[in-house]
Design a protein around this ligand. Structure first.
Ligand code: SF4
Length: 201
């Protein structure tokens, strides 16, 4: 893990939080895909609507304590299971800025590059918000219905031709517990035990 040598995290007084698939015919394949996609989409949409709007207006000042009335909230990076500490500056429920948690018992003031840009998950202009398809070498936005239909049909053709074990579902440290649960459920209904985690490969 890369260490970042920066100044001591300022004391924010009372604003700092304390340390702290056998295919089941009863389940329609497409419905399950829709449910999974809807869960991810709703999560992303909620984060976008609530967490980025005001952040954009206040961002880019380059000053410490640039956001009056903000609080520094102790949190963790969710990009992998290490759980490095993040001090997140929040104003009116909106995540505005992050700092390294110098006193975190796990990361001790360290980040890797993913943690250093954790706030980009909710503020980056480059966030993926729609299904994308590469056509003729170029990415183009497609509808959720089109994405679900095309992926469902492709998966079905693979299964019919080579069997359920022809597919492998690879988890990621970036998925939430709920997303991992849905992924494992999908594999079970699909009829395969080919599920693993990125960290084991
Ligand atoms: S991804 Fe996040 S939790 Fe994992 S090592 Fe990097 S900063 Fe730490």
């Amino acid at each position: 893990m890369a260490r970042c040598k920066i100044g001591k995290t300022p004391d924010y007084g009372s604003g700092v939080s304390s340390r702290r698939v056998t295919l089941n015919p009863k389940v329609a394949r497409r419905s399950f895909l829709k449910l999974s996609a809807a869960t991810a989409a709703l999560t992303g949409a909620a984060m976008t609507a609530k967490m980025t709007r005001k952040a954009t207006a206040a961002a880019g000042t380059g000053k410490k304590n640039a956001h009056p009335g903000s609080q520094m909230i102790r949190s963790v990076c969710t990009h992998c299971a290490v759980g490095c500490g993040i001090n997140a500056e929040v104003q009116n429920g909106v995540w505005l800025r992050q700092e390294i948690a110098q006193d975190h018992p796990v990361s001790r003031g360290g980040y890797c590059c993913k943690g250093a840009s954790a706030i980009d998950m909710v503020t980056s202009e480059k966030r993926l918000k729609n299904p994308m398809k590469k056509v003729g070498g170029k990415w183009q936005k497609i509808s959720w219905d089109q994405a679900l239909d095309e992926i469902s049909n492709k998966l079905l053709s693979i299964r019919e031709k080579d069997g359920p074990d022809a597919m492998h579902l690879n988890g990621s440290a970036k998925v939430s517990t709920e997303m991992a649960y849905l992924q494992r459920k999908f594999a079970a209904f699909w009829g395969s035990n080919n599920v693993d985690h990125q960290a084991r490969i």
